[in-house]
Design a protein around this ligand. Structure first.
Ligand code: MG
Length: 127
């Protein structure tokens, strides 16, 4: 399978909307990745502090307590090799520029589809 490269990788899903988070888990479970979950930016930073070998973080931008940009900046201080992918609702050029300037390695635009997500995440490990 084309996404088998994700098997065993530690992936943190940061999403405050529970239905969306369950959906992302459902998609990524089939890859055999080791999944972590977080519902806000501050908690996401804590998860990375406890798990410094996180391979990839799928970060929502609009989050309670601490937004995705602030959480990404804190996470970079803890682990500057983890792959940071933003998930954002709008394909606004301004947002895209801000995401890249914010230290993210890439982004994925909602709504997120299964093959698109596994393909995109896999591509970062093939580089
Ligand atoms: Mg959100």
């Amino acid at each position: 399978m084309e996404y088998e490269i994700l098997t065993g990788k530690k992936i943190l899903i940061v999403e405050d909307d529970l239905a969306s988070r369950l959906y992302l888990n459902k998609i990524l479970e089939k890859t055999g990745a080791i999944l972590f979950n977080s519902g806000d930016g501050k908690d996401a930073v804590e998860v990375v502090r406890r798990n410094p070998d996180m391979d990839l973080i799928l970060m929502d931008i609009q989050l309670p307590v601490m937004d995705g940009y602030a959480a990404a900046a804190e996470i970079k201080k803890l682990n500057n090799t983890t792959i940071l992918i933003a998930q954002t609702a709008y394909g606004m050029q301004e947002d895209m520029d801000k995401i890249i300037a914010g230290g993210f390695d890439g982004y994925i635009i909602k709504p997120i589809f299964s093959d698109q997500l596994t393909g995109k995440l896999s591509s970062f490990f093939k580089k």
